[in-house]
Design a binder for this molecule. Structure first.
Ligand SMILES: *Cc1c(COP(=O)(O)O)cnc(C)c1O
Length: 377
């Protein structure tokens, strides 16, 4: 929670639930990632939080954007980004979206299948394309492993095909899984990508681009290795595998750009002792839950740090749940949360480090609840 956010909540007492995000912190994070991995151009994965003030600040800093669809491309163009810094990074795109992106001047596209490559060749001839590899997602709290990417062998087959289809076979990408807590995951993935570069170079095809994807973690309830550790590991792996022939490097952080820049301020709706056993946990119902934006609590995968005005006083076990009538709207039952015993209905509870993957996950008005309000400071 930054001082700006503290002041805003204290002076404005905004109605809950709301996301409050400090855009200066976004700039700070962008600069920290640039410093940790100096050769890498940053393409902000805007799905993490596509709010206009964030896009405008990053565009003004010269940051690039990883967009998943035509609407995201149009949003970052409207925020001042130039087409040349935008990557159409989804490997599954509508032909109509590829056509429109091409007309808007986008010339960098991801793919992971022959069928998608042929779509790009038809709708955006002459574009640069990069092939997404499927890499291990071990160590990631929010893995993406199975849905996207292909094998090194298939990349080695498809990139030369791209050339024959009139595209520029530009490079390779991967994603080590979101909230990746193990720096080695990047080193292993870089080694795998290097194999593709070397095999194709031996055939006379020189690739020019290595995209390290997203995955850099933020600190939620548990400690994670710092950005410096990730930077060192990545830089060592790049030096080892690419040495003097370093290609253009890209990195696509989402969570690490916006996660710790914001928090969700919520209200406790009810604290109930549903089980008379004094050792049983209390049930704490908040005015935001799984459907109000906290989708990453699915499987209790992302465990947010929670703060209240009673912090420092005696605590007891708690189950946390959202406000809707849906049985799946339980945030944490097994993760072992403890909250102050003095917590009561009407109190504010802050969900810290909630700047990423919350605002756009909110349902329209399930059970009639108003969607999350957003304040960008
Ligand atoms: C979601 C996504 C990212 C961002 O991942 P983080 O874990 O938030 O850094 C980057 N690249 C692609 C292709 C993505 O889909």
């Amino acid at each position: 929670m930054t001082p700006k956010i503290v002041r805003f909540i204290r002076s404005e007492q905004p109605a809950t639930p709301c996301l409050v995000l400090d855009v200066d912190r976004v700039e700070h994070n962008y600069r920290a990632i640039r410093a940790a991995v100096p050769p890498a151009g940053v393409y902000y994965a805007m799905k993490a939080n596509p709010a206009r003030p964030i896009l405008e600040r990053l565009a003004a800093l010269g940051c690039g954007f990883d967009a998943a669809g035509i609407e995201e491309i149009e949003a970052c163009l409207a925020a001042g980004a130039l087409p040349g810094v935008i990557s159409f990074g989804h490997t599954v795109k509508k032909t109509s979206s590829i056509l429109r992106a091409h007309r808007l001047g986008i010339s960098l596209f991801a793919f992971d299948s022959e069928e998608e490559l042929r779509k790009i060749a038809r709708a955006a001839p002459g574009s640069r394309v990069y092939c997404r590899l499927m890499v291990a997602n071990d160590g990631a709290d929010w893995p993406l492993s199975r849905k996207f990417g292909t094998s090194a062998e298939e990349a080695i087959r498809l990139l030369p095909l791209a050339a024959t289809l009139g595209l520029v076979p530009y490079g390779v990408s991967f994603h080590v899984g979101s909230q990746q807590t193990e720096p080695r995951a990047y080193a292993d993935a870089i080694a795998e990508a290097a194999l593709v570069f070397e095999t194709l170079a031996a055939q006379g095809l020189i690739l020019g681009f290595l995209n390290l994807g997203g995955g850099l973690p933020v600190r939620y309830r548990e400690e994670v290795p710092g950005l410096d550790r990730f930077g060192e590991t990545i830089m060592q792996a790049l030096a080892r595998h690419f040495g003097h022939a370093m290609p253009e490097i890209g990195i696509e952080p989402g969570r690490a750009i916006v996660g710790d820049a914001g928090l969700v301020s919520s209200e406790v709706v009810l604290v109930s002792r549903r089980d008379p056993d004094p050792g049983a946990p209390r049930w704490v119902y908040l005015d935001i839950g799984r459907f109000g934006g906290l989708a990453e609590t699915e499987g209790e995968a992302i465990r947010y740090r929670l703060t209240t005005e009673h912090d420092g006083s005696e605590t007891g076990r708690a189950v946390l749940a959202g406000p809707t009538c849906d049985g799946a709207d339980i945030l944490y039952e097994k993760a072992g949360y403890h909250l102050p015993l003095s917590l009561k209905a009407g109190d504010r509870l802050q969900i810290e480090t909630a700047g990423a993957y919350v605002s756009t996950y909110a349902a329209q008005s399930f059970n009639g609840f108003t969607p999350l309000a957003e304040y960008y400071l």
